[in-house]
Write a protein that binds this ligand. Structure first.
Ligand code: HEM
Length: 399
């Protein structure tokens, strides 16, 4: 059977998508000057040791560490600050906040699918998978409806300019590309700064309102913290969920017998989403920086080196997943690393899972047939550390 990667040529360098195994679970790549971690237990080792493997990566990047961009961004913060910040944020971003969003997400999905009703063909991504998550995050941050398109535009510009960067580029090229991505980033931060200031002037009960007044043993978040947290939610919560929805529908198209099972028994939808996260992991990799010389899987990694933890490859490690290249919606247990692991484990996992469940269920309800279109192949996100559909033309009739 042809896999989605073979059929559509997704990232040919991501060998795990093609059923190939790494030579070693951890290896140095001279071209990128980074250590690659491909194995599942080795990935757990790195993610479980933030003292040796720091998330404050910016110091190794050509643009350096500008606190204005990183303060308040959980993803780039190490303990002990991370612990404090995550506690504060978890206080505001509670399971109840997420659960309360379900009726709104359902209504939004219906509204978007209404726009596609009756069509023979549509692009799933522009019709549903982009607008749904960006609207959800924007509403979470109480960004006015009229301004949401600004975020869609800035995020697309950021992703596309960063998509041009390759770990194999020389530092000057990397710096030029990062600088280009900073222009839309600065505009987004300016907007969020004004939005946060407004929230301080007029206190509110929403997520930002809770964050600006959050108090942990007398410690308050600065405006910079709140702005960078909002930026991180947009970056972490928007296109990742977009890719999850697109990838899942792509897998259903590739494995019709699995699609038939899910259509016949909707209790399989959560398992379908987990298997999609494992099989085509939207966040294919994350980064860490060694803080000292450290040994892993018999390899000696020097201090101050970039380490790339390839979730996508670890999720195909046969030492953890029997028959890892089979797409099986009933796989269980399925302890994939698609949402990360350890102290930085995805804070938005429950929200992403709920959005995915609502979107998939309503899509299957409303379209008895959904298939890729001959001659109009899907396209994929440009980033070398992502695995995700960016456009997905579908037809709504059989054959
Ligand atoms: C399918 C969708 C998603 C995927 C694949 C995903 C994936 C991830 C991964 C892999 C990490 C860990 C990164 C690391 O260890 O370096 C992470 C962290 C995070 N994610 Fe998600 N995510 C998704 C959706 C969301 C959503 C919807 C939100 C919120 C609106 C969100 C918010 C966060 C936050 C705040 C963190 C940082 C947690 C920390 O550093 O303590 N994510 N996500």
């Amino acid at each position: 059977m042809t896999t989605p990667a073979e059929r559509w040529g997704i990232h040919p360098e991501h060998f795990w998508l093609y059923g190939r195994r790494p030579r070693q679970p951890v290896e140095f790549d001279e071209k990128t000057n980074a250590w690659n971690v491909y194995g599942y237990p080795e990935a757990l080792e790195v993610l479980g040791d933030p003292a040796a493997f720091s998330s404050h990566m910016a110091r190794l990047l050509p643009m350096g560490a500008d606190e204005a961009f990183t303060e308040g961004d959980l993803l780039q913060t190490d303990p002990p600050d991370h612990r404090e910040l995550r506690k504060l944020v978890s206080h505001a971003f509670t399971p109840k906040v997420v659960a309360d969003l379900e009726p709104r997400i359902t209504a939004l999905t219906h509204e978007l699918l209404d726009g596609l009703a009756g069509r023979d063909e549509f692009d799933l991504m522009t019709g549903l998978a982009y607008p749904l998550p960006v609207t959800v995050v924007a509403e979470l941050l109480s960004i006015p409806g009229a301004d949401r398109h600004l975020f869609e535009g800035w995020m697309t510009d950021i992703v596309h300019s960063l998509g041009d960067v390759s770990m194999e580029d020389d530092p000057e090229d990397q710096e030029r590309i990062f600088e280009a991505s900073m222009a839309p980033m600065r505009k987004m931060l300016e907007y969020l700064r004004e939005h946060t200031a407004e929230c301080r002037r007029r206190p509110r009960e929403d997520l930002l309102g809770k964050l600006v007044t959050a108090d942990l043993d007398g410690r308050r978040l600065t405006d910079n913290h709140v702005v960078n947290f909002a930026k991180m939610l947009l970056i972490a919560g928007y296109l990742t969920t977009t890719m999850l929805i697109g990838n899942t529908v792509l897998c259903l198209d590739a494995y019709p017998e699995q699609a038939a099972r899910v259509r016949a028994d909707r209790s399989l939808v959560p398992g379908l989403l987990e298997e999609s996260m494992r099989f085509l992991s939207p966040v294919a990799a994350t980064y860490r920086a060694t803080t000292r010389d450290v040994e892993i899987a018999g390899q000696s990694l020097p201090a101050d080196r970039m380490v790339m933890v390839w979730f996508g490859a670890a999720n195909r490690d046969p030492r953890q997943f029997p028959d890892p290249d089979a797409f099986d919606v009933t796989r269980g247990p399925n302890p994939h690393l698609g949402f990360g692991r350890g102290i930085h484990f995805c804070l938005g996992g429950p929200l992403a899972r709920m959005e995915g469940r609502v979107a998939l269920n309503l899509l299957l309800d409303r379209f008895p047939e959904l298939h890729t279109v001959p001659g109009r192949p899907p396209a994929f996100m440009p980033g070398f550390d992502t695995t995700g559909v960016s456009s997905l033309p579908l037809r709504t009739s059989a054959a």
